[in-house]
Design a protein around this ligand. Structure first.
Ligand code: G4P
Length: 284
């Protein structure tokens, strides 16, 4: 997957999203549950300019359930409507529909009081590439024809998917861009497999991954690679132990760093290492 965002792309994406927002009551911002902040675009709130927003944490099946609980607390405390979803299995969709209704209830009640009955709630899904927008739309619509690729903004002629008697969803998502403000955002997007491995240094990303796992999920390393380490073991030493264990060596007994890094990045992306989350809210 190629993420190349140029100022022109971004301006066009923003323009298209603003255009579509005129038709919309509720914005469903899709993020990856393993990195809800890094997979969100910090400009989204400015962009949607006061429209109601629901944060949908997709791929929750891949995220650490304990960390999911912390995010739940965080969004509750912030009074931000949120739902955990697994767009492939459809888990969480009922909750999403219920949340759309509760979020819009005050508006619908006001409309009702003015005599405007049978008002439809119109929703738009927004998110950065690869968070699962097409999968979610397909899951909701039960169709397999909404794959849109990674074109920015909403490009096709709009069609509305009937979600329920009261709710309609725009069939084409708004595509935002990730914000590579700080180095860790790119790394986290690489770890979840959201950016192409040609645009980052795989060995460095794998070393940083080991550094992260060593402190946040030491058992994951023990369980999968059966190597010994302690707090003084560097990420490089850890990588070398893993390589030796796997016999990833080249002529002369030298470590094959490239192959080891490829294996590590592949296993974290495919979640062979288990349910891992890469960021969590600050807790008291
Ligand atoms: P996008 O429209 O936001 O760009 O994302 P899309 O739906 O294409 O989904 C990206 C990848 O994420 C797809 O995998 C899709 O199957 C997977 N996916 C979406 N939702 C979920 C979910 O809730 N749980 C899990 N486990 N996976 C999900 P893919 O086509 O195999 O792409 P990739 O593996 O090359 O990224």
């Amino acid at each position: 997957m190629d993420i190349q965002w140029y100022p022109g792309h971004m301006a066009k994406a923003k323009r298209q999203i603003r255009e579509n927002l005129k038709l919309i009551d509720v914005v469903i911002e899709l993020v990856d549950a393993r990195i809800p902040i890094s997979s969100s675009n910090p400009e989204v709130d400015d962009l949607i300019n006061g429209k109601k927003k629901i944060v949908v944490l997709n791929k929750s099946d891949l995220a650490d359930p304990e960390i999911n609980k912390l995010w739940e607390k965080h969004y509750k405390k912030a009074n931000q409507p949120y739902v955990f979803v697994d767009a492939i299995s459809g888990k969480g969709l009922k909750e999403l529909i219920a949340t759309v209704k509760t979020t819009m209830k005050p508006v619908l009640d006001r409309d009702k009081a003015k005599g405007r009955l049978n008002r439809q709630i119109r929703c738009l899904i927004l998110g950065i590439p690869n968070v699962g927008k097409s999968t979610l739309i397909n899951s909701i619509s039960g169709r397999a024809s909404t794959k849109t690729g990674n074109k920015p903004g909403v490009t096709k002629a709009n069609q509305w998917i009937k979600v329920s008697n009261e709710i309609q969803l725009l069939d084409t998502p708004g595509i935002l861009w990730p914000k590579f403000d700080d180095e860790t955002i790119g790394l986290k997007l690489a770890w979840i497999g959201s950016i192409k491995d040609t645009i980052y240094d795989r060995e460095e990303a794998a070393l940083k991954l080991l550094e992260f796992l060593r402190s946040a999920y030491p058992n994951v390393i023990y369980d999968r690679y059966k190597v010994e380490f302690d707090e003084n073991t560097t990420a490089l030493e850890l990588m070398e132990s893993i390589a030796r264990k796997r016999n990833y060596v080249i002529r002369g007994g030298e470590i094959d760093y490239s192959r080891t890094a490829e294996m590590l990045m592949d296993e974290i992306k495919k979640t062979t290492l288990g349910k891992v989350s890469f960021e969590w809210p600050e807790v008291d």
